[in-house]
Design a protein around this ligand. Sequence first.
Ligand code: GLN
Length: 476
Amino acid sequence: MALYDKTAHELHELLTTKKISAAELTADIFSHIDEAENKIRAYLTITRDKAEATAKLVDEKISRGEKIFPLEGIPCAIKDNICTKGIKTTCASKILENFVPPYDATAYKKILAQNSIIVGKANLDEFAMGSSTENSGFYTTHNPHDLERVPGGSSGGSTAAVAGGEAIFALGSDTGGSIRQPASFCGVVGFKPTYGRVSRYGLVAFASSLDQIGPITRDVTDCALVLNAICGQDDMDSTSTAAQIPDFTKSLVADVKGLKIGLPKEYFVKGIDPEIETAVRNVAKKFEELGAEIVEISLPHTEYAIATYYLIAPAEAATNLERYDGVSYGARVDGADVVEMMTNTRTEKFGAEVKRRIMIGNYALSAGYYDAYYLKALKVRTLIQKDFTDAFEKLDLILTPTTPNVAFKIGEMVSDPLKMYLQDICTVPVNLAGLPGISVPCGVTKNNLPIGFQLIGKALDEATILKAAFTYESTL
Ligand code: GLN
């Protein structure tokens, strides 16, 4: 197996036993990128010089006999809405086309502290709004399993990089499913931690009450390693939690005996691809055989999740995106006076989906509509949260499909935003409730397209999710 196809923990072993050097690994990844990137287009910026410099540093450390971190010398991709000092951070938007942040996002800083090798900044839907990377202001990323199909989104570049051998792991962000949905489309593992587990400092804000950074990896073990690296309270993010962080590698034991896992009936309704339904029900059977107890449950407010999300997320986005005014950040298009300058800048530089969200958001927040839309959405959000709280009184985990369908063809849904929004039907409730959720691969369809299942846990209980995911993965 080529080096670029291995997991971080396998490569760590090869590095520490000096079977390979970080320089060799880096050269291997880049020679694969030279071949694959013009087909996959996972990256917006490639940082080869920086990667080679880090590899040199790591090799020197190893030759001095020093101990290295679990992710040291491991090539990774960073979603391009995570601020990287001195490296362009565009959010795949023309409005930030030449923006170079003066500071690092905390999660990225923690990856740098491990001396991981930064391969580049990965493509996304503009400002993370979308489910396919087709909303990128620059180009669409292709699914490595079938180049005619989307990789999912919005962390499509990060995910395609990991699935296509262009990075060993990646950081993504998930506001309504943007780590888990592309992970399921590309056949890799994607984890959205509990809201507050990972600092949002330096993550360009989309919907601040929903956004979380998380890992995209090739297996559950790597997922635990990246979580260990990036979780933790941060003075720069007042919503980050002081809760104790377990060593997530302690969860890598194959044992689900006695775990109670709920299957919510609302997630297995008409419209879901029958091949996905069968695959996820087989996962439930597998858990049962291994000693878990499977219970049918109901999360009655699920049907309102999409509508709720598509009011709250655009409302927060409309507010967050006010800062792109041609003055403080990024691009400026001139005009006769300041109002015209701002209008021209925003009209020319924002893409259609971003404008749609700003309009929906401002409408929902405006006088006269605030109570009817935004406030109503907040109330329904509480009901959705309560569904989970009630269910978790008797459960350890909830098992669902990650997506209602597998990766679709590029162009297939662009003309129908509502259909695109339905992509998030299984993932948005988890963000609305602030809970942790993972997507794990569970086979392929007869057309060879990856399928993923989702495990949702109690707040701050990433450990149980990892344990069950690891158990399932161990049976493969
Ligand atoms: N697809 C969802 C949206 O378009 C989720 C995006 C995300 O999680 N960043 O809003």
